[in-house]
Design a protein around this ligand. Structure first.
Ligand SMILES: [Zn+2]
Ligand SMILES: [Zn+2]
Length: 489
């Protein structure tokens, strides 16, 4: 199952009156839903702000694309010339042809001093397309800065060149001064647009990685952001061979993962529990249980909102297990991104499950191992320690305690059950909350994950949909127009 919340059907077709108003609500809701995931250390951003940002970003990229054409041809042809056999010359002029212009042979340091482009020769260079008005860019800055500083400390030949999509010079100056690397001068619109077009930059943040002597298209990596998130400095020098090696290592790690390898370290073989005396639970005691790793933090509003729901479902699952002797047990471990111990302590007091100690190095290792980029996130492990799903949170939202133990087999049986129940439902309904007739849809007939316009909860599988305006509700949420009776389970 893929996590496609927010990318489902945003239907903004015709529609008027009450329907249109509700749909607008639905569209905003989808954006809000996307927002409910916190990215890295991001503060909560209002959905409308995010929407404005997206719009600005689209315009910016469109402008870049439409205006960069002339310069682009020039750049491309230069690259082609250099790829026609003058290997040595290619190497020494590679970055100059890309990053300098006819009146400029330098880049700017964060303090505003000039650094000659030819100083980059021999370096792996990351072209960093970013803008200060977009919070994912600001967040990625922190991640990239950390990797950059580490690579510099190791004396690795790596450099980053910021290609700004800021709104004005003062925004650029203040943003660039917060970065440790170089930049194309803000005033050189031509070069910035040409680069954006040359590397098909469709969204920001974007990190394009160029090899010092490689000029083949397949050696250019456009997913630098993902690679840095996933592997950090380990990704250096960003060659195909290095990435294949990392992928192999990662696959091996996943195949061999156990509760102990994931949760213990050389000086700690326990987790924090709520036992009044010991307060500790041995990691070894988890073997044989289905285990949820809950990545969250107290500063993450969606995480705080999801927590009471997860507590209630955790208790229901535990209760059901207690009534079935011999059933595999369930446990959750809180993997905290809290910023201080006091926040961690107050959050831990709210939850009935275990936790990794505050600030434990394993927290970071786990986030990377499971490629957790958005919190809250619930990764579910089977009794043998292998990953069952990384979409525990969506599954809880969809099926509540019914989702347990989150396996493919369980989901298939839930879907069959839903199909069975849908057989008894009318093909169409008039719902009190909407002025058009609603049609029963499933995944295979135009349905898919949605947000119910009536109860605002997630839904999947069967639903009643207005094909004109995208209004969509759970079968259980349909209220007959003119009465308050419900249909469905
Ligand atoms: Zn509903
Ligand atoms: Zn409608």
């Amino acid at each position: 199952m893929t996590d496609e919340w927010g990318r489902g059907r945003v239907v903004l077709r015709s529609g008027a009156g009450a329907g249109a108003t509700r749909i607008a609500g639905r569209a905003v809701l989808r954006v809000a839903l996307r927002m409910r995931r916190c990215r890295g250390a991001s503060p909560f951003v209002h959905p409308l702000e995010r929407e404005r940002e997206r719009e600005r970003e689209r315009q910016e990229v469109e402008e870049m694309n439409s205006e960069g054409a002339d310069r682009d041809d020039e750049t491309t042809s230069r690259v082609e010339v250099t790829s026609n056999g003058h290997a040595e010359k290619v190497s020494s002029s590679r970055f100059t042809s890309l990053l300098a212009s006819k009146d400029r042979d330098y880049l700017l340091s964060p303090t505003g001093s000039q650094v000659t482009v030819s100083d980059l020769e021999g370096h792996v260079v990351g072209l960093y397309f970013s803008a200060n008005w977009y919070s994912p860019c600001r967040n990625f800055n922190c991640v990239l800065s950390e990797a950059y500083e580490q690579l510099k400390t190791n004396q690795s030949k790596f450099e980053v060149v910021f290609v700004s999509a800021d709104e004005d010079l003062s925004a650029f100056n203040s943003y660039h001064s917060s970065m440790p690397w170089l930049a194309i001068p803000f005033s050189d619109l031509e070069s910035k647009k040409a680069l954006s077009r040359r590397f098909d930059v469709e969204g920001i943040p974007c990190l394009v990685i160029l090899q010092p002597d490689g000029n083949k298209e397949e050696e250019i990596l456009r997913n630098g952001v993902e690679l840095i998130h996933r592997y950090g400095v380990e990704a250096f020098p960003f060659t195909r061979e290095r990435l294949e090696e990392l992928e192999r290592e990662e696959k091996e790690k996943h195949e061999n993962q156990t509760f102990t390898s994931l949760l213990s370290s050389h000086d700690r073989d326990f987790l924090l529990g709520h036992h009044p005396v010991t307060g500790q639970v041995p990691v070894a005691s988890l073997v044989g249980k289905t285990l949820g790793l809950f990545f969250s933090a107290q500063w993450c509003l969606p995480g705080m909102k999801f927590t009471p729901k997860l507590v209630s479902i955790y208790q229901k699952i535990k209760h059901a297990i207690s009534e079935r002797p011999g059933a595999e047990d369930f446990e959750i471990v809180y993997v905290s991104s809290d910023r201080d111990r006091a926040s961690f302590d107050s959050y831990f007091a709210l939850i009935p499950w275990l936790a990794l100690p505050f600030g434990d190095p394993k927290i970071r290792t786990l986030a990377r191992h499971f490629d957790v980029q958005d919190i809250p996130c619930l990764v579910v492990l089977g009794p043998d320690g292998k990953t069952v799903t990384k979409h525990g949170r969506s599954l809880i939202n969809l099926y509540q305690e019914q989702a347990y133990p989150f396996t493919e087999a369980r989901l298939e049986s839930l879907h069959r059950q839903m199909d069975e129940e849908a057989k008894g439902l009318p093909r169409s309904e008039l719902h009190a909350g909407h002025h058009h007739e609603l049609t029963l849809v499933s995944d295979s007939t135009g349905g898919g994950p949605f947000i119910c316009c009536d109860c605002d909860e997630q839904g999947a599988g069967w639903a009643y949909l207005c094909v004109d305006c995208g209004y969509e509700v759970h079968p259980k949420c349909v209220r007959a127009a003119g009465g308050d009776s419900t249909v469905g389970p």
